[in-house]
Structures are given as C-alpha cells and as structure tokens.
Design a protein around this ligand. Sequence first.
Ligand code: ADP
Ligand code: MG
Ligand code: MG
Length: 869
Amino acid sequence: MSTLVYLFEEGNRSMKGLLGGKGANLAEMTNLGLPVPPGFTITTAACNLYFKEAEKMSPDLIKQIRIAILSLEEKMNRKFDDHENPLLVSVRSGSVFSMPGMMDTILNLGLNDDSVQSLAKQLNDQRFAYDCYRRLIQMFGEVVKEIPKAKFENALEKLKKAKNVQNDTDLTATDLMALTETFKEIYQQYTKEAFPQQAEDQLLLAVEAVFKSWFNPRAKIYRDLHQISESLGTAVNIQAMVFGNAGETSGTGVAFTRNPATGEKKLFGEFLLNAQGEDVVAGIRTPEPIADLKAKMPAVYQQFEKLAAQLEKHYQDVQDIEFTIENGKLYLLQTRNGKRTAQAAIQIVVDMVNEGLITKEEAILSIDAPLISKLLHPIFDEVNEKKTPLIATGLPASPGAASGKVYFDAVSAKAAAEQGEKVILVRSETSPEDIEGMVVSEAIVTSRGGMTSHAAVVARGMGTCCVAGCGQLIVHEQEKVIFYDQGEIHEGEVISVDGGTGKLYLGEIPTQVAGENPAFKEFLQWLPAFSDLKVRANADTPRDIQTALDFGASGIGLVRTEHMFFEGKRLFNMRKLILAKDFVERKGPLANLLKIQTQDFEAIFRATKEHAVTIRLLDPPLHEFLPKTEDEIVTVAGQMGIRPDQLSARIGELEEVNPMLGHRGCRLAVTYPEIYEMQVEAMIKSAITVSKEGHQITPEIMVPLIGSKKELQVIKASLIKKIEEVLTVERVTLNYTIGTMIEIPRACVTADQIAEEADFFSFGTNDLTQLTYGFSRDDIAKFVGEYLGKGILPQDPFQSLDIEGVGSLIRIAVEKGRQTKPNLKIGVCGEVGGDPASIAFFKEVGLNYVSCSPYRVPIALLACSHATL
Ligand code: ADP
Ligand code: MG
Ligand code: MG
C-alpha cells in the first residue's frame, strides 16, 4: 500500500512533485510551527492512479482519506456531520506549477441543512452561517457539477432587486436563508439530484472534480503553452476552515514581503475585513492597503510582519503570502516565491546579499540571463501594446522598443531628426552609407537580411532597437511606401517597433525604461569574479568601447576596421584606392587613409587603455565600398574626376558572383599587401603615441578569413616587416601579437598547423556557421521561419550556436590549436558570443573569452558566471 495522502506535518517543501507547490509549502510552514490550519494533501500520484484506473477512486485512496479526516477531526475537536461541532474544510487544487484553468477552491465544505444551524449557534450569527452555506452550494455546483455561474448570480441579483439593496452584505439572515433554498433548487434542477448532505460525499466528489480538472481544456491549453508535462498530475489539499468573514475582527488578505514592482523592502499587499476567500481579488469590495492593518489590528499586523520576515529568511526569497484572520487570530494559508519585475528582481537580490540573507553566488544564480535585457532597453507598456494593431513580425535583431515616424533614407531621416522628430528608418536592407540615418533613428527596420545583416550588427552595436528581415513588408524606398498585408504606410506615418520580439505595430505605444539603476550596477560588478570566462565586446568607436567597459567588459574582442572607411572623406579615399589602376595610383589615397586611421586608432587606444584590444584588419569585399545605383555612380564619378562609364566599368570588373566567398578578408592582403601594411603602420604608430601618454598598449592584430597556414605565413611576414620598420624608425619597442579569425571550416580542421603561425585564435561564428551550414547569413531570413516552424532547426544558428555541427568544428579547432600551443589564447567574437546557451558551450570547450555587442555584455557576464558556478 503506497502512501497517497500526507498530513501537513508529514511533508516538506522538497516534496513539490508529490504534494504540488501549495501542499509542499503548507507542509513546510506547518513544520516551522507557523499558524497554519491543519490539513492534508492527496498526492499527484493518487491523481495519476485515478486516471490509470479508468477514473475511479480506489478503495485504498478512500481509506487513506478517511484516516486523514479522522486525524483532522481529532486536532480540531470537530467532526464531519456533527450536530454540535461540525468540521468544515476547504478543498484546494495544487499542481507542481501554479496553473490557471485548474479547479477553483471550494470553501466551507461539510455544511448541510443541519450543520448550518450548529455553525449559526456556535458563532451566534445566523447570517454568517447561511452566507457560508450558500457560497458552498454555489462553488460546489459550479466546480463539481459545472452548473453555469450565471444561474446562481441571476438568482442573487433577483433577490437583491426584490429587497431593494445594493450589496450582498446588505442582505439579512432571512434573505440568505431564502437564497440558500433557491440555490439548492437550482442545483436540483440542473443535476436532477439533491445537494449532497453527507460531508464525506461532498468531499469525495470534490476531490474527484479536482482530479478531472487536470484534463479540462483550459488546463490543457495552458500546459501546452508552457510545456508542462501532462504526466505531472495535480495534488488536492484538504484544510480545516478558518473564517475571515466572522465579523469585524476577522478578515482575509494577500501580501508580498517586498514590493514586486520596485523591490522596495516593505510589505506590499491588501486585505479586507469581514471577508472570505477570494473576496479580496474578486473586486466586489475595494480592499485596503496592508499598511492600514497596522492601525486596525496592531498586534495582528506585528505578528504578520514577523512571520513574513521569517518566511522570507527561510525560503531566501520574496514570499507571496495568503492569510486569514479569524476573531483576531492570524492564520497563514499559502506561501510561494513572489513573481516580480526585472527591476525588482535585481533590487531584491542585491538587498538580500547586503542584508546577509543570501550569498552573491545565490543571488547570481537566481537571476535569469534574459531578464537582464529588460533592464537595459525600454519595453512597451503591455496594456497599450495589446491594443495596438500589429503590422508584421520580423527577426528580433536588437532589443528595445520605440515609436516614431517612418523615413526611407538616411538624408530625410537625418533632416527629420534635426527637426526634433522621432525617426524610424525603414529600408529593404541597410548598407554602410546609411550609417548617418541609423545613428539618428529610434529604431531600424529592414525587410531583408538576417540576424547578422549589416542593420542587425550595427543596431546592436549602437544599442538601437532593430527588426530585421521582415519579409512581410514590401519596401519601396524610391516611392517612399511600405506595403504590408492589411495596407500601406507612407513617409511620416507613425509605427512602433519591438526589437525584442520582432513585432511592428501601427501607431504609437508608450514605453517604459528601467533606467540607470544603482542596484543593477552593483550586481554587474560582482559577476567577473565568478566567471572563468572573460567577456569582451565588439566595438569600433570610443563611445561603444566606453559603454562596453562601463558594463564590465574586460576588453575589446573585435574592432572592425572597415567601419572606419565608411563615411565622408574616408569613403572617398577608400574608393580612390579601390579604383586605382596600379600601385602608383594607390599611393595617394593610402597616405591619406594612413593619416585618418592613425587618428582613429589613437582614439580607440585612449578608450581601451590597458584593456586587451583585438583589431581585425580589413574584411569585407571591396565592392561594398562602391556606389550601386546609377545616380550614385554619377555623383561619385564626379567626385573622382572620372566619367561615369569609366566608373561603371571598374565596378563591373570588381563584381563577383559570390562576394562573401570571394575577394575579401586576408585574400585582399595577398593581392594588395599595402592595405594591411597601411593598417598595421597606423596601428603601431598610434600604439606608440598612446603608450607614451602612459597607457601601455599591446595591440592584438587579427587577420580575418584564414584558411591555411601558408596563407597566414605570407601575410604575417609582410605585417611583421612593416611593423619592425616602424619600430626601428621610432626607436622603441612595443609588444604586439598577430593572430587569426577561425571562421573557415578548413581552418578548424588544420588548426594545429595554423597555430604554429598564430599567437591567438578568435572564432568568427557568423562566417563559420554560414560556411558550415551553407546558409547565407544575408538570405536566411527568407526561410528560417519555416525551418523553425517545421522543427528542422531548433533555433536560428546565427542567434544561438549550432553546437552539434559548428560546435564540433570549434571543439576540433580548440583541441588541435592547443596541441601545438598549450596556452593558446582562444576567444569567440561572433554574435552568439552573447547568447547564454552558446556561452555554456564555450565554457565547456575551454575558451578564454567571449566577445559580443556592448549592450549584450551584461547578459554575457551573467551567462558566463552561470556557466562557471
Ligand atoms: P488559488 O490557488 O486560486 O489561490 P487557494 O486554494 O489558495 O486558491 O484558495 C483561495 C483562497 O481561499 C485562499 O486565499 C483563502 O483566502 C481561501 N481559503 C482556502 N482555504 C481556506 C481555509 N482552510 N480557510 C479559510 N480560507 C481558505
Ligand atoms: Mg483562484
Ligand atoms: Mg491561493
């Protein structure tokens, strides 16, 4: 005979699986000696057995319930169906996870035509007794027999009208007596049986109803939605009643031990005097703030405060407590960990660490990484968001939320922003020339491109909200119109963009910002000490570098130098360089670029100071720097002093079928060594300058797209030659390292050879994923939705590392690389560097650091410490 029923004193909080959340905590509180009305829990196993045995309560279960009732009768000195001292109980469902849709609580069970009189006599209050009885018939009828609520509510309304009163509480004892009779008739009519008069019959029917509610459609839908297993089953709690509706020194309420919105350490909740059960949340009467209980019942309030603190200390977490007061005596009816906002969550753990309630480790482990992102970026006001029409959904490329007027190009976006307008830049895709428009925009939307498209990468770097690859939009930039399923949007119309969900809305939605939060800063400061894995940032400008360092980054894992070539004078010189016929023509623009790059690097080194900084040499295909439309070609040709047809011809020569597999990265250095040489010259010169200012700079020079040892050997030789030249001329020494991106599958499997030439590795997971899966990162948005929907992909591999495939290559490369150089420094600088699931993997394979966008640094820091602790 297995135990299917546990008295509260026989359980504890670790038995959630068997007793459900409510039951396990009632048991825990009972054993702490807290004032909990006695009771017992029928286990989830009993529920599962009930379904296994064709929905029949086994004689064994019934027997165990009877024994438990006997024990309850003894404790309460009351008996089921007793004429003098009837035992009344509540029947409360309680699954492992709290689940709306499960059966509602039945209160006052055990009342019948006889015991209602006894109750009236005992409390000397007939009105109260009949109030309890009519509530029982209604609750029991509704939840056990599924009698529509309206039948009871209509009868009540009719009575109130007849008696010409407003509130339930205005009805007299006689009225309620009559109402009880009406309710019994309703019950009889609907079920063709009389309301059961035996307490045990009532109880067994109620228990069965709780079991059955596990499979009701509402509960099923909820389980599916939250991936809760059907096999868990629900427990049932039977508990002696206490009466919050026994007069003005009684009441009921709920309270949090700390404010769940702000985290403030102060009781937060409500109560109602002379009320039962869920009157507090039912909204019929307006409850009072918990603080007012202090004046009304000081002793009870003081006791509650003490118990709340005790519970919080015991559970080491904020508690959400339900209580009832019967004639001045306080009872606790439920406790659970309180739900809270992101802001409150951080405030609470920081306070609790400072109060000595929990350790820093516990605090860190209790905060989910995604929660952090809610603190860093504005979010839409939920109520208003629900009311606003949805336009379409794209990829959630960069979190945040913003409303603004639609503009289709950088120039008009900038002009509008200068007029003080809030701007949303919408394009089919962005290119480096859109930067100026992107900088002034509240949000960026593209209809093409994936999570690692230009728009997505740049937006994340700037911390600007972005929805990318929204294929449901057709964007006509020239005509300045967006077509979508239900209509069209023109320049200047207002839309709202949620970069955290990828949703676009028509019209404005107010946002909320958690803002600068001292507790959050303190929390972030704890993290590095608890992580084996360092967190660096991908940042190209002094501003982004500062943001990353402020968030606690240990250095910069990726400076993309191409971003330095994308505007104004730089772009002009870059174009001249690319369009040059020969080395002689390249000299002029190279000298100009050297000057500009030197200034850039100085600014970068002044921002990074002694922090590690990895700088990647030029990576993208050259044609990215060239004009595309005919208008642009005419303009640029004018600037260059050549004819448009000459320019077109040169562009034609540079055109490639597969540019991302073409003439880019280190391949440019093989054909035009002078570009990389110019970059390292600028780098070393500025490192010398800034080192002289007092910050010892040790640049980590990174060569992209290496596929073989020989390739790196050739390039490295030319770089070292240039660097040594500079050092000789300047008569100084400077430490520097030369390493490589590992982003080509061949580099992974020959990493032992490459390591002979490389001082460090940094995995470029964007290209590595693109080349391993063969998914073009700029086109994946077209089909990734279907792939996810059909379960072919568990997630977008550009968002979260494909551990099986790409991860295997990374594992091989780490192993081989360290065969050659046991202390080889290895990091990762792709977008997945900020993804918690990927970070756990990077920790496992033994990387030294991850590098991600500045605004993801806090999440990465948290994920790294989670992976370490
Ligand atoms: P829920 O899961 O919906 O919160 P509960 O089982 O907690 O349902 O019951 C709801 C309310 O019913 C409780 O907050 C409490 O006010 C009241 N209640 C439940 N059991 C008892 C009891 N034994 N005595 C008095 N009130 C009770
Ligand atoms: Mg409820
Ligand atoms: Mg409850």
